[in-house]
Design a protein around this ligand. Structure first.
Ligand code: 4AD
Ligand code: MG
Length: 461
């Protein structure tokens, strides 16, 4: 017999039909002549209720011993449920156990566990309602990202994970290095002939530079992949390995770049509200009562825009005492970003035209010679969710900036070639996927929206 998913059962409701399900037991409750079993198979948040009557031949020696966590196969007929809280129930005529989970050893019991505790059992936490829901939302959003770009004619480019360039120029990279032996040397294990890649290589911090190469040939491209940063930041917003979506567009200036970022974010919010309502509902119930209101407000209102200089003036005049005092030239801290979008603009805000000194080498210099055509999008409760810019497309400007920063021009000759051969104005941005998931679910810690978080001191599983 072919088994079907609980999601499928709840959508189609094949009443009166004999069906088979497979999943994990959430709870068992016994009454006089039967037991109620709540089973979940991960296909959706909802469980299915199974009625296991005492007439089942393995009722005494199996059903009455079932505990949270054991895996089951159940066959039976689907009926309308007379009870409140569910529309259908499955009347079992056959029940088999795949694997037991001893109640005094299985760490997930019926009570609610803290997210900190769940992080310590990351191999079992996907069986909880919350982590299951996040995982489905994550998968759905990932599909939504591709849908958005593909429907708009963007071409996905798989940029390398191992690189020899430092895109963000921050130097916070994980080194990839292994000695290279010649075939002869391998046998007698003598000294290596060199490094595997012939020069220092790292895990990528961003696919942007390579995406620019393809944008200057295919017009509109995007990347969606893992990126790695060796920042020693133990915050609820930082991971050492996170996923980033980076569109890059030829013939595009900063204003058009922001327009795309805004419609992209709104599209994704609309997408989850339409496709993942039940899962979002869980977070609205237990994590943030205002979640739907928050998401709809972002969906339905235009994003605010301010320049960095105006934002600094606003912060200086606010009278608020910050741990890190603000003045023109310093980078914003989380407290400044939060103040701007939560107290000043009451919603998402694009901050543009940052001082050139605090931004990477590739951003386009503005006419004031002080600022660059950068944009960061700040979200309430999150802070920076997107970083982007118009790129410096003028060879001379780019070279002089790179020289100021002591970058090896030889190493970046391919990047400079793009400015020598058919250069065009172009722009792009990067959206941090996990930070966006935090915004969508109101989850406080970024470690709970990625299956296996990597952070300083922690790379288990
Ligand atoms: O602002 P960032 O560093 O921008 C870039 O990497 C550009 N190359 C993007 C581009 O223009 N194509 O990073 C982009 C976003 C941030 O706004 C943030 O949401 C996220 O990536 N991010 C992180 N997320 C989790 N953990 C970290 N350590 C992150 N660092 C950045
Ligand atoms: Mg940034």
């Amino acid at each position: 017999m072919h088994s079907i998913s609980i999601k499928d059962i709840l959508t189609r409701k094949p009443l009166g039909e004999k069906i088979e399900i497979k999943g994990w037991l959430k709870t068992r409750r016994d009454s006089k002549d039967f037991s109620f079993l709540e089973i979940n198979d991960g296909s959706c948040l909802a469980n299915i209720q199974v009625i296991a009557a005492s007439a089942l031949k393995n009722y005494q020696d199996t059903v009455l011993h079932l505990h949270t966590g054991c895996s089951l196969l159940v066959q039976g007929v689907l009926n309308e449920s007379p009870a409140k809280g569910q529309e259908v129930e499955l009347h079992a005529d056959l029940l088999e156990v795949y694997g037991w989970a001893e109640p005094d050893k299985y760490p997930l019991q019926k009570k609610r566990h803290s997210f900190e505790f769940l992080r310590s059992i990351a191999h079992l936490r996907p069986r909880t309602n919350s982590i299951g829901a996040i995982t489905r939302i994550r998968s759905s959003l990932s599909f939504g990202v591709h849908k958005f770009f593909q429907e708009r004619g963007f071409v996905q480019v798989h940029t390398p994970i191992i690189t020899t360039s430092d895109c963000e120029g921050a130097g916070e990279m994980f080194r990839v290095s292994i000695p290279l032996h010649s075939d002869m040397e391998k046998q007698n294990e003598s000294a290596p002939v060199g490094d595997f890649f012939g020069k220092p290589a790292n895990l990528t911090v961003s696919g942007q530079l390579q995406a620019e190469v393809y944008a200057l040939a295919l017009g509109k491209v995007y990347t969606f992949g893992p990126t790695f940063r060796a920042e020693n930041s133990n915050t609820s917003r930082h991971l050492a390995e996170f996923w980033m979506i980076e569109p890059e567009m030829a013939f595009c200036d900063l204003a058009e770049n922001m327009t795309l970022a805004e419609s992209f974010l709104k599209y994704l919010i609309g997408y989850v509200l339409e496709n993942n309502k039940d899962d979002i509902q869980l977070f609205a119930k237990f994590i943030d009562k205002e979640l739907f209101k928050k998401l709809k407000a972002v969906l339905n209102n235009p994003f605010a825009r301010t320049t960095y200089s105006d934002a600094v003036a606003i912060l200086e005049k606010s009278g608020k005492v910050f741990d890190f005092p603000v003045r023109w030239g310093v980078d914003f801290q989380a407290e400044h970003e939060q103040f701007l979008c939560e107290e000043v603009f009451n919603g998402p805000v694009f901050v543009t035209d940052y001082p050139r000194e605090i931004k990477p080498f590739y951003m386009r210099l503005n006419n004031d010679n002080q600022t660059v055509a950068a944009m960061d999008l700040l979200l309430p409760g999150i802070g920076e969710i997107i970083g982007g810019s118009q790129r410096e497309e003028r060879y001379d400007f780019l070279v002089s900036r790179m020289k100021e920063l002591n970058l090896d021009l030889e190493e970046y000759s391919w990047y400079l070639d793009l400015r020598n051969f058919g250069t065009v104005p172009h722009s792009g941005f990067g959206l941090g996927f996990e930070r966006f998931l935090q915004f969508i679910t109101s989850m406080n810690n970024i470690r709970d929206v990625i299956p296996f978080p990597r952070t300083p001191g922690s790379a288990s599983y």
